[in-house]
Design a binder for this molecule. Structure first.
Ligand SMILES: [Fe+2]
Length: 615
C-alpha cells in the first residue's frame, strides 16, 4: 500500500502545502499564489486543495496529515516570554491572543474542517526545526550530510545543527529564543526601513553599497558571539520579546538616530548597516558551519531556515571550503516546512527507505500548477485575446529570442509553477542580460520598483564557468558568485564618479561587465544554472539565445510586479502583462504581442498596481 502524506505550514508567514506519495514529492505550493496576498499566512486551504487534486487523492485516502511545528510548545514560549516581561508587552500579547485562541490552539479541528471532515486519522506535529532539517536533507543529493538550520524562531529553537544519514536525521545542538541570527538580521531589516520577513532580501542586496563599519559595534554591544557560532543578544537593544517593533530607542542611539522610514531615501548609514550585518551574518554562519563539521565529521552540508535564503552568505560559506559541497532547498524558509514535515513523517517516523538522487529529488522545484495549451487557449479565446499558436517549439523559441535580442521584455509562463520564493524559468520575466538599459527598463517599466538591485542571471550550466567564478551547479539561485574578471569592463572617470552617486540606481546602471543587467556593484551575481534535465524548455530557450547571440546567459526575474505574489494562472499572467510594459507574453505555445492587445487604461493599470501592498 502506498503511503500518502500531506504536509502543512501556516499561521506565521508563507503558508504552504505539500503532498508525498511513497516519499516522492508530487506537489507543493504556497498559499499566496492562489489568494494573491504576498506571504499569506492563513490556513493554506487552496494549496491543500491543489496538492490533493494534483496527486489525485481524496482527503479520506490520506495516511497522515502533518503540521510543521508544535503549536502548544510555541504557545508556551509566547506565555513565558510575556510573563518574563510583564506587564510590559501586554499590548502585543493581547494582539496575538485572538488568533491563538481562535485557530492555532485548535489546529487539529481546523485541519479536519479544511479537509471537509473526511480525514479521520491522526494529525502529526513535527518540531519547526525538524521540519526545516528534513526539507534540507531528505531531498538533497547526499546520502550523508551535516544539517544546519537557521531562522527567526520556531517553537523555542532559532538554529540547529544535525546529522542526516540514509533515512534518518538527528538534531545534535540547538540555539534557543530569544537568541537568534534570523531575528538579529530582521532587526536590521526593520531598522533600515524594510519589511520584516520580506525585505531581508533587499537588505542583502543593499550590502555591497556600504562599508562594514559597524561590525565591531554590533559584536561589542548587540551580539555576544561565541567561538562555536552560538550567540547571546543583549535584549536591552531589542523590542521583539515584548513590543510590536524589532528594535527600540537604545538601538537607534547606537546607530546615530531613529529607524529609516519606509520608502524614504536610503542613506549611507543604511548601506553601512546592511554591509555590517551581512558581514556579521557570514561570520556567524561560518562559525556554526565549522561547529557542524566538528560535531558530525561530514563532508557535505545541507542548509535550511530563512537565513539559508541569504545566498551571499551561502556563496561565502562555499568559498571557505569547510564542506566539499552544500545543498539548499529552493523553499528554504517556512513554506518549505510543509514539505519538510511530510518528508519527516515518511522517513523518520515511517522508516521509508531512501537513496539520494543525483542532482536532487526536488524536480527542479517545479511542483505547482501547470496549465495545458488547451486550457490556455480556452482562456484566451473566451476573451477574444489575440495570440499566435505555435505547433513547432523551435519556431516559438526562435521568435521569443528575436524579441529578446530586439530589446523586448518577455513574460515567460511554462510548465509547473516553482515552489519557493524564486522564479526559476516557469513563471519568469526574461530579457537580454547584455543590454545596458535592460535593468533600469525592467525595474521602472515592468516591476515598478526603483531598485538598487540588479537582476539575476539564468545561465546554461555548461556556459556558467565562462562567466562566473562558480565550479558547480546553482539550480535554485541560492549561491552568489563573482562575475569572472575577464568579463569586467574598465570604467571611465565619469563612470567611476557615477559609482559614488547618492542615487543607487545610477550606480547600479554603470556598465561594469559584459552582462551589465545582472552584475551587482561588487561584481557578484545571484546565479541560476540551467540544465535540460531539470528545466526542459527553459534550457532550450537559452540555448536558442546562445545560438543567435553566442551568449548563454539571460536575465531572469520573477513574473510579478512589486508587492505581488508570482503569477500562478494564465489569467494572472495576462493581467500582469497588460498592467506593466512587458512587450511579449509566452504562455506555453501561445505568443502574445502587446501591440495586438487592447490598451489598458491608466486607471486600470493604476488600480492593479495599487492592489498590491508595497513589500
Ligand atoms: Fe522557520
Amino acid at each position: 500500500m502506498s503511503k500518502k502524506i500531506l504536509g502543512i505550514s501556516a499561521y506565521y508567514h508563507d503558508s504552504a502545502a505539500a503532498v508525498l506519495v511513497d516519499g516522492e514529492i508530487i506537489a507543493a505550493v504556497q498559499e499566496e499564489r492562489f489568494t494573491r496576498k504576498k506571504h499569506d499566512h492563513n490556513f493554506p486551504k487552496n494549496a491543500v486543495e491543489y496538492c490533493l487534486k494534483e496527486a489525485r487523492i481524496e482527503p479520506g485516502e490520506l495516511d497522515y496529515v502533518v503540521f510543521y511545528e508544535k503549536p502548544f510548545l510555541k504557545f508556551e514560549r509566547l506565555m513565558e516570554t510575556y510573563l518574563a516581561f510583564a506587564p510590559v508587552g501586554l499590548r502585543s500579547f493581547l494582539m496575538a491572543m485572538p488568533l491563538w485562541l481562535k485557530t492555532k490552539l485548535h489546529l487539529p479541528s481546523e485541519i479536519r474542517k479544511s479537509l471537509d471532515g473526511r480525514y479521520k486519522k491522526r494529525i502529526v506535529f513535527t518540531g519547526h526545526h525538524e521540519a526545516h532539517a528534513a526539507s534540507a536533507f531528505y531531498p538533497s543529493p547526499f546520502q550523508e550530510a551535516a544539517i544546519l538550520t537557521m531562522d527567526g524562531v520556531g517553537e523555542w529553537d532559532t538554529a540547529s545543527i544535525g546529522m542526516g544519514r540514509d533515512n534518518k536525521i538527528e538534531l545534535l545542538k540547538t540555539l534557543e529564543f530569544p537568541n537568534s541570527l534570523g531575528l538579529l538580521y530582521s532587526a536590521f531589516t526593520y531598522f533600515t526601513g524594510f519589511r520584516v520577513n520580506s525585505g531581508e532580501y533587499k537588505l542583502m542586496g543593499l550590502a555591497p553599497y556600504g562599508e562594514p563599519k559597524y561590525v565591531d559595534l554590533i559584536l561589542d554591544k548587540l551580539v555576544d558571539l561565541k567561538e562555536d557560532g552560538s550567540l547571546a543578544l543583549d535584549l536591552k537593544y531589542f523590542n521583539y520579546c515584548q513590543g510590536l517593533t524589532m528594535t527600540n530607542d537604545a538601538f537607534g542611539r547606537l546607530f546615530g538616530g531613529p529607524a529609516r522610514d519606509a520608502e524614504s531615501m536610503i542613506t549611507q548609514r543604511e548601506m553601512d548597516m546592511a554591509a555590517s550585518i551581512q558581514k556579521v551574518t557570514e561570520e556567524i554562519v561560518l562559525r556554526m558551519a565549522r561547529t557542524a563539521k566538528r560535531i558530525t565529521g561530514a563532508n557535505t552540508l545541507c542548509l535550511a531556515g530563512g537565513v539559508a535564503l541569504n545566498c551571499v552568505a551561502n556563496g561565502f560559506l562555499l568559498k571557505e571550503k569547510i564542506f566539499d559541497d552544500i545543498w539548499i532547498p529552493p523553499p528554504a524558509g517556512d513554506a518549505g516546512g510543509a514539505l519538510g514535515a511530510a518528508l519527516f513523517v515518511h522517513y523518520q517516523l515511517l522508516d521509508g527507505s531512501r537513496s539520494a538522487k543525483k542532482g536532487d529529488s526536488m524536480h527542479g522545484s517545479l511542483l505547482g500548477p501547470r496549465f495545458s495549451n488547451e486550457a490556455i487557449r480556452g482562456v484566451l479565446d473566451s476573451r477574444n485575446i489575440k495570440y499566435r499558436y505555435y505547433d513547432d517549439e523551435a519556431e516559438l523559441l526562435k521568435d521569443t529570442v528575436d524579441a529578446m535580442t530586439g530589446g523586448k521584455v518577455v513574460g515567460w509562463f511554462q510548465d509547473r509553477m516553482e515552489f519557493g520564493p524564486r522564479a526559476l524559468g516557469a513563471r519568469s520575466i526574461i530579457g537580454d542580460a547584455r543590454s545596458q538599459e535592460m535593468q533600469s527598463e525592467m525595474n521602472l517599466r515592468i516591476k515598478f520598483r526603483e531598485s538598487f538591485r540588479p537582476f539575476a542571471p539564468s545561465a546554461l550550466m555548461e556556459d556558467a564557468p565562462a562567466y562566473f567564478d562558480l565550479d558547480r551547479e546553482s539550480p535554485y539561485m541560492l549561491l552568489v558568485a563573482d562575475v569572472r574578471k575577464d568579463q569586467w569592463c574598465t570604467l571611465t572617470a565619469e563612470q567611476r564618479s557615477a559609482m559614488k552617486d547618492p542615487d543607487l540606481r545610477k550606480r547600479v546602471n554603470v556598465k561594469r561587465s559584459t552582462l551589465p543587467a545582472i552584475t551587482h556593484v561588487d561584481m557578484s551575481a545571484r546565479i541560476q544554472t540551467v540544465t535540460e534535465e531539470r528545466n526542459g524548455r527553459y534550457y532550450r530557450l537559452i540555448s536558442e539565445f546562445k545560438r543567435q547571440t553566442g551568449c548563454g546567459v539571460i536575465i531572469n526575474t520573477s513574473f510579478n510586479i512589486r508587492g505581488e505574489p508570482i503569477v500562478c494562472t494564465p489569467q494572472d499572467a495576462y493581467r500582469c502583462f497588460m498592467a506593466s510594459d512587458m512587450d511579449v507574453l509566452v504562455l506555453e505555445n501561445c505568443f502574445l504581442r502587446k501591440e495586438d492587445q487592447p490598451q489598458f487604461s491608466d486607471k486600470e493599470r493604476d488600480k492593479y498596481i495599487r492592489s498590491f501592498k508595497l513589500d
